[in-house]
Design a protein around this ligand. Structure first.
Ligand SMILES: [Zn+2]
Ligand SMILES: [Zn+2]
Length: 308
């Protein structure tokens, strides 16, 4: 008979982060009673239109802990029920402004149910039940908020895209030498990509509007300064900066970070990260606010929930 007790039990006590995805569909409206209808429309745009509009939300819950003797951090069935009881079961097919008292804007402490406000409120409702590490809430595939339990701060990401051509070659060396460095990317007539750009901003959530910053102003800045400028160009020829700088994904991402940094500050947020995906196989990420050699604990948590 084999003595199983003497065998090392793999994993027990070791740390692991697990994630669970949950979806719900809800409606909401951005409208504050202290503003006139005109002010609400000017401030919140179409989001202020009555009776509201809806989204198919996707919530990613990251939890950390030590493996038990069953090889699990948590029993997934318990996790599933907790998320359903505390969040999705209450929000699904509901009008967010009415369903939770946190969003009762007739009270002075009420906050509008924006993506960043909603993810924070969900955190508060789950935190006593689950060992949360991070939450990500997608309002749609192009807009999501991350929350790590910092009382007042969240991250908001806007995804957009542009198409551009480029050629990777240094002017000071010949074709053969460029080919050794850049391979096929050095071919003389260039090639193109459909770039996917994620712009992540960090900031405090306004206690009333629920916003890190004016979302339409943020989108306008990205559109005006990046998408309109780079879309359907040959980067090396059409964009002055890339006449002398080789437009690798890394250099384009850095260029975007440098162009957006100050304008985003003017709308009260901080540019946190640029992610530029050049193809399904490669992407470049710029962490504007921190060195990657000195990642904070928060960053490590974030990296565990950032899709590859
Ligand atoms: Zn909405
Ligand atoms: Zn390329």
């Amino acid at each position: 008979m084999i003595n199983t007790l003497s065998k090392p039990r793999h994993g027990i006590g070791r740390e692991c982060v697990i994630t669970r995805r949950a979806c719900f569909s809800s409606s909401h409206r951005y409208w504050l009673p202290e503003k006139s209808d005109e002010e609400n429309l000017a401030f919140f745009g179409k989001c202020s239109i009555a009776p509201g509009h809806g989204h198919n939300y996707e919530l990613i819950v990251s939890m950390g802990g030590h493996l038990d003797s069953d090889g699990m951090v948590l029993n997934l069935s318990d996790v599933k029920h907790s998320i359903k009881d505390n969040v999705t079961g209450q929000l699904d097919f509901q009008f967010l402004n009415n369903v939770w008292p946190e969003f009762d804007i007739t009270k002075t402490e009420g906050i509008l149910p924006t993506t960043e406000a909603l993810v924070k409120v969900i955190w508060n409702r789950l935190k006593d039940d689950l060992p949360l590490i991070a939450l990500r809430l997608y309002e749609n595939p192009n807009l999501w908020a991350d929350y790590y339990g910092d009382k007042m701060e969240a991250l908001l990401t806007v995804q957009t895209h542009f198409a551009a051509a480029h050629r990777l070659a240094k002017q000071e060396i010949n074709f053969e030498e460029n080919k050794k460095i850049y391979g096929k990317c050095a071919r003389v007539n260039g090639h193109g990509h459909n770039y996917i750009l994620d712009v992540t901003v960090r900031g405090g959530i306004d206690k009333r509007t629920g916003m890190i910053c004016d979302l339409s102003a943020l989108k306008q800045i990205i559109d005006d300064l990046i998408v309109e400028k780079l879309d359907h160009t040959f980067l090396n020829k059409d964009i002055e900066f890339f006449r002398t700088c080789v437009p690798t994904a890394e250099n384009i991402a850095l260029y975007i970070a440098d162009v957006l940094n100050k304008p985003i500050k003017t709308i009260g947020a901080n540019l946190h990260k640029i992610r530029l995906q050049e193809s399904p196989n490669n992407a470049a990420e710029i962490y504007v606010e921190q060195s990657i050699s000195n990642f904070s604990n928060r960053k490590r948590k974030e990296s565990l929930v950032t899709p590859a």
